[in-house]
Structures are given as C-alpha cells and as structure tokens.
Ligand binder design. Structure first.
Ligand SMILES: NC(=O)c1ccc[n+]([C@@H]2O[C@H](COP(=O)([O-])OP(=O)(O)OC[C@H]3O[C@@H](n4cnc5c(N)ncnc54)[C@H](O)[C@@H]3O)[C@@H](O)[C@H]2O)c1
Length: 360
C-alpha cells in the first residue's frame, strides 16, 4: 500500500477551488492533486492559483499521464455528476461525489453497480453529520433508544436565492471568490443544475435524515410535493410529504430565500415509538427526549463547517481501506430517489410518485 493518496479533482469551479483543492494540498497524506475540467479557462485559473502543473480536460488523459491515481473528487455541475463519475469509475478510481449523487435514481443505481463490480467505493460529499452533536444523535438512534422511527421532519433554510436567480456575484466574499465563483448558469439554469433548492440544499437535510436512521433500513416509497420558483426558473421553496418503505412518514421543507449573511438552519427531528431526537447542523445542536422522561441536550457548539473532511475521508478509503460514512449505494441513492420523486410529483401538481416508477 502506498503512503500518499493521489487524487484527481474533476470540476475545478467554485467549491473545488475554495475547499477541495486547498484541503488536499494541506493534507500530509495526499500528493498534490491532478486537476480536470472540461472548460480550459477554469482549469487554467485553478492550476495557476495553486501552482499545479498537472491539468487535463478529461479524466482519461489524466489517468494516462498518472497511472498511479487512486481516486477522484467529482465536483462538477449537477447535470454532469453522472458522466464524470462514471468516466472516473471506468478509470478504476474510488470516488468522492459532491451532492446530489446524480439527478436521476437510475443513474445513481448504475454508478453504485459500476463501483461494486469494480470493487470501488463511492463516498458522498455530505458534511453536517461529521459534527459532534450529529454523531451523538445517530448513536442514540443506532442504540434503539427512540425505538422504531415513525415520523420525521427535515427543514432547511439557506442563503441561495441569488445563486438560483443566476447572480452568484452578489454572494462573492469581500475580495471576490478565491479563484472563480459558480457561473451564472450553475444553479439557475435547469439544464445545468437539474433544479434549484431541492438538489442544491434539501439534498443535505434528506441525506442527514437517511444517515441518522440508517440502522432501520428506511428509504422512500412514495412522495407528494409542491414547489415554488418565486422569480427564478428553478424551485426556491419546496415541501414534500414522504411515505417510507416501513410506513414511517416524513416531511421535507426548504427555502433558499433568506437574507444575505443569514446562516439559516438545517434541522432533522426524528420521532420514534419510544422518544425523539432533534439534530441541527449549521449551529451544531442535538436534543433527545424519551417517553420515559430522559433528556439530553448538546450545543449549539458552533463548530466550523467541516468542508475539508470529505476529502480527508476519501484519503482514508484509498490508503486505509476505510468504509464510506455516506455510501453512494445507500445514502447517495436513497437521497436521489426521494428528490427525483419529489420533482416528478411537483411537476404533476402534487400527485404522488412512487420510487418504483423512477426505475420503470
Ligand atoms: N458540500 C457543500 O457544502 C457544497 C457547497 C457548494 C457546492 N457544492 C457542490 O459542488 C459541486 C460543484 O459546484 P460549484 O459551485 O463549484 O460549480 P461550478 O459551476 O463553479 O464548477 C463546476 C465545474 O465543473 C466543470 N465541469 C462540468 N462538467 C464537467 C465534466 N464532465 N468534466 C469535467 N469538468 C466538468 C465546469 O466546467 C465547472 O468548472 C456541485 O455538486 C455543488 O452542489 C457542495
């Protein structure tokens, strides 16, 4: 086994240049990353900023030049996750895929099968469950303290409205984006983004829910949804009612229309047959209340956003044979199933859509 991981970053836009590339450069267990972007201008800007000489417009070229590559981080625009991830799996690479895994459940399933057949791992790029209060919340549910999951609410508000309007410059930090911000189409053009707040943000709270209740084998069975685009071409406000395969019921709600500088919140409350757990990610808070009266409360801890943790976890998969905390074939896939069914339902004015239909 080698002692340093060699990782390709596929998609050198806003998030890769702000978080993944610096995190890999700072990680003593990683070699400097190889960069891949199909847009030569974005590729060149990232390569120059970080003084990285190895930059390619396809993963095939990158692998041919660096046969020892171990893994890839897929940080492309949403509509291109599937093609970029599939091409990277074909090159024998373990993957960290940014959220959402894909836009279509059939594509997420195909990637899972491709990875399994090649003996490769897919880790999803979710972040909130790495913080301590969420780890505690999951342990409580794993240990059976709240009993069988019966009712869940996922609620998220976040500052995305200008992204969804195609005006990312309005969210540029003082001094501008590190290298490049999202393009005007990244989150505003449905052909590129695949949707709005649902695929951009509700995906976080839904994945957090499936992670927290992982021990109970729960996934969506059918979804009924309504979405409001406000003045954009994508969804800004979403509500979804979900019936799970176990009979448990859930609601998923979200808005991207909050004020500039507002942190918002991402909260999952899981009620079971013996009690409930609340977990909140942006501020770092956890609370338990059991039917027998026992209570526990942690936070808000205000831990820093764990954006650099996913690439570190990919390195542990590559070098140590670690298992992904958010596997593509469960957490990634189940999240895409719920969201795709939600989008299909909203397009039919709330008519329920079964997950089975997504594979027909
Ligand atoms: N985890 C988080 O908190 C977080 C935060 C922001 C963004 N993200 C995710 O990161 C991903 C990237 O978002 P962004 O804002 O950086 O987008 P972006 O538009 O700034 O960058 C995407 C890049 O991908 C490139 N690209 C598209 N298709 C490609 C392909 N097939 N091969 C190679 N390159 C390709 C584009 O040219 C572009 O440079 C998205 O999935 C987004 O949801 C995650």
């Amino acid at each position: 086994m080698t002692d340093k991981a060699h990782i390709a970053v596929v998609g050198t836009g806003w998030w890769a240049t702000t978080v993944h590339i610096p995190a890999l450069l700072a990680n003593p267990r990683a070699l400097p990353p190889v960069l891949v972007d199909k847009d030569p201008a974005r590729l060149k800007a990232a390569a120059e900023k970080y003084n990285l000489p190895h930059a390619y417009t396809s993963i095939e070229e990158a692998k041919a030049a660096h046969p020892g590559l171990h893994g890839a981080i897929i940080a492309t625009t949403h509509a291109h996750h599937y093609e970029a991830a599939s091409a990277s799996l074909s090159q024998g690479l373990h993957l960290l895929i940014e959220k959402p895994m894909t836009l279509l459940a059939a594509h997420a399933k195909a990637l899972s099968d491709q990875a399994d057949a090649a003996g490769l791992q897919i880790l999803m790029g979710y972040t909130f469950p790495y913080i301590e209060p969420l780890k505690r919340a999951k342990r409580i549910i794993d240990d059976g303290l709240i009993g069988d999951v019966e009712y869940i609410t996922c609620s998220m508000s976040s500052m995305t409205i200008e992204f969804l309007r195609g005006k990312p410059a309005l969210y540029a930090p003082n001094g501008g984006y590190t290298v490049t911000g999202p393009s005007e189409r990244t989150y505003a053009d449905p052909a590129v983004s695949g949707g709005g707040q649902g695929v951009l943000q509700a995906t976080h709270s839904v994945a957090m829910m499936f992670h927290l209740i992982e021990s109970q084998g729960i996934r969506a069975d059918r979804v009924s949804a309504f979405m409001n685009p406000l003045d954009t071409r994508v969804d800004v406000i979403d509500v979804m009612a979900v019936k799970m395969n176990t009979g448990a019921l859930a609601t998923v709600g979200t808005t991207g229309n909050i004020g500039k500088g507002d942190v918002g919140f991402v909260e999952v409350i899981v009620h079971g047959s013996k009690g409930r757990v609340m977990a909140e990610g942006f501020h770092g808070e956890y609370a338990m209340r059991l039917h027998d009266g026992r209570e526990e409360h942690v936070g808000p801890t205000h831990e820093p956003y764990p954006g650099d943790v996913p690439s570190q976890k990919l390195i542990e998969i590559v070098l140590d044979g670690a298992q992904p905390l958010f596997p593509g074939k469960t957490n990634g896939l189940y999240t895409v199933e719920l969201l795709e069914a939600g989008y299909r339902s909203a397009a039919r004015d709330g008519m329920p859509v079964t997950v089975g239909e997504l594979y027909a």
